[in-house]
Design a binder for this molecule. Sequence first.
Ligand code: 8IG
Length: 275
Amino acid sequence: MHTQHPLDGEDVDPFAVARIAAEQLAEATGVEKHDIALTLGSGWAKAADLLGETVATVPATEIYGFSAPALTGHVGTLRSILLPNGKRALVIGARTHFYEGHGVRRVVHSVRTAAAAGATTMILTNGAGGIKEHWTPGTPVLISDHINLTAASPLEGATFIDLTDLYSRRLREVARSIQPELDEGVYVQFRGPHYETPAEVQMAKTIGGHIVGMSTALEAIAARQAGMEILGFSLITNLAAGISPEPLSHTEVLQAGKDAEPVISELLARVVAAI
Ligand code: 8IG
């Protein structure tokens, strides 16, 4: 027989699952409450080492409701870090993507767990494609807003949540106090896992998008629902399909992320220290 996932089923309360997960996390890390949470996407993972002192590392699958990672190279751990200013950071290195097909609850469970663990700031990072031609691979950009093209939402039922200033202006200013030339753009979330066609990238551009990705919009909505202040960062690892004449290669995308990692990790660590 096959055991049902804690988040599957109509009568499941995903917030209750997140509260249990947060209790287990407190137990496993010895840290009662976290202040800030970071989801580290491709290219950003090294930032964890620069943030402060790692107090505990827990395999995400040991925590209630977390799913096994789909991709190797996505570290499946939750780390509790003591920041130099005394605050506690929860680093989520285990992301469940919408394209894995397990539903939005599982996609946003880490965000809800972070909120249940006390975090009031959510930093979401990702690797993504760039629509602006001058964003060469390795360029970090701030997310200023998003367009959700997944036709899905983490909100269930008649739950109406305001998404004005979803990506905090205040936190974007903090980031620019560290790196004034940081550009920003509108993140367009596609379902994936295929990259876009050039025609889809042109559509994204026409409707006001600058960045294409497969992760962050749904997580940001859940974070806002939980009342968190959100900072979004994309590492442009490739120009979106058709923007450059070159076809996209997943290997090259991963390599661009690796190459940029030391620089953007340092940037992120400095931003966290300034929040
Ligand atoms: I890394 O070009 C990365 N992730 N949708 N499009 C989408 N997601 C991405 C891309 C891209 N590059």
